[in-house]
Design a protein around this ligand. Structure first.
Ligand SMILES: NC(=O)c1ccc[n+]([C@@H]2O[C@H](COP(=O)([O-])OP(=O)(O)OC[C@H]3O[C@@H](n4cnc5c(N)ncnc54)[C@H](OP(=O)(O)O)[C@@H]3O)[C@@H](O)[C@H]2O)c1
Length: 275
């Protein structure tokens, strides 16, 4: 947990607080600042429900906040539209500092959901009336939680399992986000931080590091979708398929120097931790 002082009553809104990323960011902020959990479906006392597709609830969620951390729903068909709506509401509410959860390599025309994040970054750069920071995480190691936590000894991957990835620990990403939010706009306005893990490893190496006999099996993307992506819309499936194709050819590596600087320590080596 990161502990820094923030001005009194200066709330921090975490948009997407109930999701995988949002929960980690809320947890990293801990009690270091008053945090508003901004969610889609309120489940816990104090949750503030918003609908990013209509803007409902955004004014109430953001008014009185010093900073807001925006995490878009995964693979949404119109992330730039959601982000513009949020950004307008944040400026109207007088939010000083908007921190946008982007992705490493946002400008990648072969991956439409990355390109949508590039568009959001552009909208933020040129928006008057707010100071901003962008975080660009690489792929989280936790995407393979079932295998890493020992709940499964089978991993089906729809791309080359020897392709290199700078898998990053989600807790490190969240700690970096907390640092940026708690330091504030004076320290981080105009900065874009790429957040990769400390080494490039393949999915196979990640599985081997568990020390268990994990079967890593390549399956066609269509077969993977049938088994693991049934709940996804056709648009989300298409975005995911483009990502798998890209991963197959290029992997996904990113630098870790910004993450080390924000954490003031070496980023977690997921492979070393597993070993
Ligand atoms: N996974 C990775 O390796 C990785 C790496 C870099 C960047 N990212 C990015 O991180 C972001 C979050 O990913 P995640 O896996 O943490 O997502 P997630 O667990 O699916 O969480 C997204 C949250 O969005 C909320 N939501 C959905 N529709 C909404 C709406 N209309 N209005 C308001 N909120 C809505 C949901 O809230 P409720 O639960 O309340 O319904 C959900 O909790 C994505 O944009 C992804 O591209 C992921």
């Amino acid at each position: 947990m990161v502990r820094r002082s923030t001005p009194r009553g200066a709330d921090i809104a975490v948009i997407g607080a109930a999701g995988k990323t949002g929960a980690a960011v809320v947890s990293a902020l801990g009690s270091a600042a008053p945090v508003r959990r901004v969610v889609h479906t309120a489940r816990r006392t104090g949750d503030l429900a918003v609908d990013l597709e209509t803007g409902a609830g955004l004014d109430e969620a953001l008014t009185g906040c010093r900073a807001a951390y925006f995490i878009a729903p995964n693979l949404h068909p119109d992330e730039p539209g959601l982000f513009e709506r949020f950004l307008g509401a944040a400026v109207d509410a007088g939010v000083e500092h908007v921190v946008y959860h982007s992705v490493a390599w946002p400008y990648t025309p072969a991956m439409p959901h990355h390109m949508d994040k590039a568009r959001c970054e552009d909208a933020l750069h040129i928006r008057d009336g707010v100071r901003w920071t962008v975080l660009q995480p690489c792929a989280y190691a936790e995407n393979f939680a079932a295998v890493l936590d020992g709940d499964s000894d089978l991993l089906e991957v729809p791309y080359d399992s020897d392709a290199p990835f700078s898998f990053v620990a989600l807790a490190d990403v969240a700690a970096a986000a907390a640092r940026v939010l708690l330091d504030g706009a004076d320290a981080h306005h105009g900065a874009t931080y790429e957040l990769g893990g400390p080494q490039a490893v393949s999915v196979r190496q990640l599985c081997n590091a568990t020390g268990r006999a994990v079967a890593v099996i390549r399956v066609p993307a269509a077969e993977w979708m049938e088994r693991h992506g049934r709940a996804l819309t056709p648009d989300a499936r298409a975005r995911l398929a483009a990502m798998f194709e890209f991963y197959d050819r290029h992997g996904f590596v990113a630098g870790s120097a910004s993450l080390a600087a924000l954490l003031e320590r070496a980023p977690t080596s997921v492979v070393d931790r597993l070993r």
